[in-house]
Design a protein around this ligand. Structure first.
Ligand code: DGL
Length: 268
């Protein structure tokens, strides 16, 4: 158990990442790209996935538990690389660990609205993210600027957890869960769950000739993480090749292998 008052933070520690499973790796790969000399430790809570269909209290509890694992390991900053866990737990985490720079992720609606050409913006996210007050506040901010429609995607993260990022069953899923929301004027799809960027190629193929941009918040979150660490003078200023350690609550070796494969998938 970490001692909150004596939370030791220094430049030499790794940066912690947490997610309900493997999705946060889509954020981590951007963070590694923009901070190559840093070390990272990633904790994927696949044993308790999905979070997105669980009640808020339970998500909060699971997120705190996962973060404690990282704090026991020793970290100098934290990315809650999960939209669902961010909406359920980022505030209480900041209250409990005021010394630790903490960033969360939320559906990238703002950049979609900034670049709108007047068409429809779809937001794919977990049912829990879509039910949260935080999300409704975000929608309220932009409701007069664009036609934003939420697409609850129960069961989609499981494809990524199983390493099934290109199977035919995905088309069946998108036929049922995405197609009914697609209109001729749909211009952008916001990938509002960190698992979904790994399905980007497949979604693009599913969309075919339609001119629809797919966007997510992974780069924005990584840039914000870098900015916060820099502000506290916690970035390593040396030229070295950082390491990435991946842990998974299932303790299964194949989850670790799959995690490294996803981490090394090119960002397109
Ligand atoms: N990766 C998570 C997110 O960004 C959600 C997946 C889950 O349901 O656990 O929302």
């Amino acid at each position: 158990m970490n001692d909150l008052d004596n939370l030791e933070i220094n430049k030499d520690l790794p940066i912690g990442f947490v997610d309900s499973g493997l999705g946060g790796l889509s954020v981590l790969r951007e963070a590694v790209r923009i901070m190559p000399d840093e070390d990272f430790v990633y904790y994927g809570d696949s044993a308790n996935a999905p979070y997105g269909t669980k009640p808020q209290e339970l998500i909060r509890e699971l997120t705190f538990h996962a973060v404690e694992k990282l704090l026991d390991y020793g970290i100098k900053g934290l990315a809650v690389a999960c939209n669902t866990a961010t909406s359920a737990a980022v505030r209480p985490l900041r209250t409990k660990y005021p010394k630790l720079p903490i960033v969360g992720i939320e559906p990238a609606i703002k950049p979609a609205v900034v670049n709108t050409r007047g068409g429809r913006i779809l937001v794919m996210a977990t049912p829990m993210t879509i039910r949260q007050k935080k999300y409704h506040k975000l929608l309220d901010t932009y409701k007069n600027e664009a036609d934003i429609v939420s697409v609850p995607c129960e069961g989609l993260m499981e494809f990524v957890e199983q390493g099934n990022i290109d199977g035919e069953e995905l088309d069946t899923y998108f036929d049922t869960h995405l197609k009914p929301y697609l209109t001729d004027d749909t211009e952008t799809i916001v990938l509002g769950c960190t698992h979904y960027p790994f399905l980007k190629q497949h979604i693009k193929r599913f969309l075919g000739e339609r001119k629809i941009s797919l966007i997510d918040g992974s780069l924005g979150t990584s840039l914000e993480l870098k900015r916060r660490l820099n502000e506290k003078n916690l970035l390593r200023n040396e030229s070295r090749k950082g390491k990435v350690e991946i842990q998974n609550s299932t303790g299964r070796e194949e989850m670790i292998t799959l995690s490294y494969q996803l981490l090394n998938m090119p960002v397109d």
